[in-house]
Design a protein around this ligand. Structure first.
Ligand code: UDP
Length: 312
């Protein structure tokens, strides 16, 4: 099997590349390296089954020979990144998705879209089931990501309905692990780096807002199972074990050995108050559920950030 993965040099993209190679596939990666990093693929320099094309997927791309799968993972994905790159984010989700679908259609290959829990916005239904239509501000600072992904889902379903393209949509909830960028501003990476440096963890708002954190190994397993399944409707993949940001700070403090008191900063606009996936569809249809709890996952992730902090 030969698959194309956009965003291949990113956090999730690079882990997916590794997984498809380990499963015996040939992989073509596409990335314009705007938020991705070659360092995430360094270990594959001599890998004959892997090629990286440096390209912006919001512009057309022709790939030969035959592909069996296209997985569209290219997009700035952290609030700090998509606020710094708002138009690129809309283009990755808009024309980028259209081009990735076009490649899949030309090859008649399976297509998988990386969507997000952000399609639910600041949810009024808790936990979030796939049927929930969300509460998204269409013009707020998060809109460039949320609306791009909602458009991407609509475009994916249009290709499915119009061209009978074989499509999958994964709604990814907060995921963490090695290869996150230390400066991408996400809470797990910020807290671990702050903890390792003995700096104060920056808690936005009261810290009582919740997220549900999934370790990258669990996330990749869920995505691969979805790819090989027959589920066309969007499906949530995430860890339903919900924590407050204060809980996370306490765990990271204990695991990094930091005793510095946290500092409180203003809550960014439209920051969702709660987020937790209902994963009954994934359990039922993919036989998937998370296996790595937050404390164990944080423990697994610390050595990667320790390496970066020591280099700096
Ligand atoms: N957050 C925080 N301190 C930080 C970074 C983030 O308290 O240094 C909060 C943020 O306001 C949000 C949650 O942690 O409520 C998760 O933020 P993240 O950027 O990781 O992802 P989001 O789920 O908001 O996309």
């Amino acid at each position: 099997m030969r698959v194309l993965i956009t965003g291949a040099a990113g956090f999730l993209g690079s882990h997916l590349v590794d997984r498809f190679l380990a499963d015996g596939c040939e992989v073509v990666g596409v990335d314009n390296l705007v938020t991705g990093s070659r360092a995430n693929l360094e270990h594959l320099e001599r890998e004959p089954c892997f090629d990286l094309i440096e390209h912006d997927i919001s512009k057309p791309l022709f790939v030969e020979p035959k592909l069996d799968g296209v997985l569209h993972f290219a997009s700035p994905a952290s609030p700090v990144d998509y606020n710094a790159l708002p138009i690129q984010t809309l283009k990755a989700g808009g024309p980028g998705t259209h081009n990735a679908l076009g490649i899949a259609l030309r090859h008649r290959s399976r297509f998988l879209l990386a969507s997000t829990s952000e399609v639910y916005g600041d949810p009024k239904v808790h936990p979030q089931l796939e049927e929930y239509r969300g509460n998204v501000n269409p013009v707020g600072p998060r809109s460039v990501y949320d609306e791009a992904k909602r458009y991407a889902e609509a475009m994916t379903m249009a290709y499915h309905r119009t061209h009978s393209l074989d499509t999958r949509i994964v709604r990814i909830f907060n995921t963490y692990g090695a290869r996150m960028r230390p400066a991408d501003g996400r809470v797990v990476s910020n807290f671990i780096v702050q903890g390792l440096r003995g700096a104060a963890m920056t808690i936005y708002g009261t810290g009582e807002q919740t997220r549900s954190f999934c370790h990258v190994e669990d996330q990749i397993e869920g995505i691969v199972r979805l790819f090989h399944s027959e589920r066309v409707d969007p499906i949530n993949i995430g860890n339903p074990d919900e924590s407050t940001i204060l809980d996370l700070a306490a765990i990271v403090g204990e695991e990094t050995g930091s005793r510095t008191a946290p500092v409180f900063r203003p809550l960014p606009p439209d920051d969702p108050a709660v987020r937790c996936p209902d994963i009954s569809a994934a359990r039922r249809e993919l036989g998937w559920g998370p296996t790595i709890g937050l404390r164990d996952g944080v423990r697994k992730t610390i050595p990667y950030f320790r390496g970066l902090v020591e280099q700096a």
